[in-house]
Ligand binder design. Structure first.
Ligand code: SAM
Length: 264
């Protein structure tokens, strides 16, 4: 039932319209994660990238702008339609496909880079999604991600403040399920199990103080601001604490192939 509700949100959301709550992904979150990923990714024209859970294409368009031949995949046909229309208007050749992260329709080793941002906390089967991402990455390929931590403070911020308590809530009440959030050490373990060498985690936090941030949310919750007004002020930046949201990367081992070649 809850999964159905989440699906409906993505199916019906206009994404690129400033009246959408998801617009915040583009304006508040994208700048922080893109700056972080860009610093990791060497300029390699012609390299291939996959965005798992691409939604309306906010991240895909940034990846394409970095010079990657970009593919986006998502279960939501409504989101993909909007992503495709937006890319066409911008003249971007992004290949959007319908599908789930648990069952990626690509051969082994197809991509130089894979992204999965604000998605792992929504999927049915996190271990399967990570295993599939590892499979479609080429040895030495990079996996970039961000997600939500499962802590008391993340419950307070994401579930309580952003979704549940009407005084501040700016997101649909069923958007996130706290039990699906993933602790950094759990994700690290999953990555390592799948031959994705974990490199680091960095926190993501609002640039403004907690009081100021709450006052912004209050203005949106009271209807004084639309999402665009909020999005212009609610900026997230890289930080040390991973207690609520974090991003990171891993590199696919070249070892298993080397071992195979040696007949080990
Ligand atoms: C919060 S949105 C993030 C969209 C995009 N990654 C971004 O950051 O702009 C979550 C997306 O995950 C997608 N999603 C949900 N379950 C999924 C699954 N099993 N495999 C791939 N994507 C999934 C949803 O359809 C939705 O588009």
């Amino acid at each position: 039932m809850e999964e159905q509700s989440q699906g409906d949100i993505y199916e019906q959301d206009p994404w690129w319209q400033p009246q959408s709550a998801l617009f915040l992904l583009r304006t508040a979150i994208n700048p922080a994660r893109i700056a972080y990923f860009q610093a990791l990714l060497p300029d390699r024209p012609g390299a291939t990238a996959l965005d798992v859970g691409c939604g309306g294409g906010f991240l895909c368009e940034e990846i394409a702008a970095m010079g990657f031949k970009t593919t986006g995949i998502d279960p939501s046909r409504g989101s993909l339609r909007i992503a495709g229309e937006h890319a066409r208007k911008k003249g971007l050749a992004i290949d959007y496909q319908q599908g789930a992260g648990e069952n990626l329709p690509f051969p082994d080793g197809s991509f130089d880079a894979a992204f999965c941002c604000d998605v792992l906390e929504h999927v049915h089967d996190q271990p399967r999604v990570i295993a599939e991402i590892a499979r479609v990455l080429r040895p030495g390929g990079i996996f970039c991600y961000d997600t939500l931590n499962r802590t008391l403070i993340s419950w307070l911020v994401v579930i309580g403040i952003l979704q549940k308590w009407k005084r501040w809530a700016v997101m649909p009440p069923e958007l996130h399920t706290w039990t699906k959030f993933i602790k950094p050490e759990e994700l690290k373990m999953l990555l390592e199990t799948n031959h994705l060498g974990w490199r680091e985690h960095r926190g993501i936090k609002p640039v403004t103080s907690p009081i100021k941030t709450l006052s912004f949310l209050r203005r949106r919750a009271r209807g004084e601001w639309n999402y665009k007004d909020l999005a212009l002020r609610l900026q997230l930046i890289e930080g040390r604490s991973t207690a609520v949201m974090y991003m990171g990367y891993a590199v696919k081992d070249t070892m298993p192939l080397r071992l195979e070649r040696k007949g080990v």
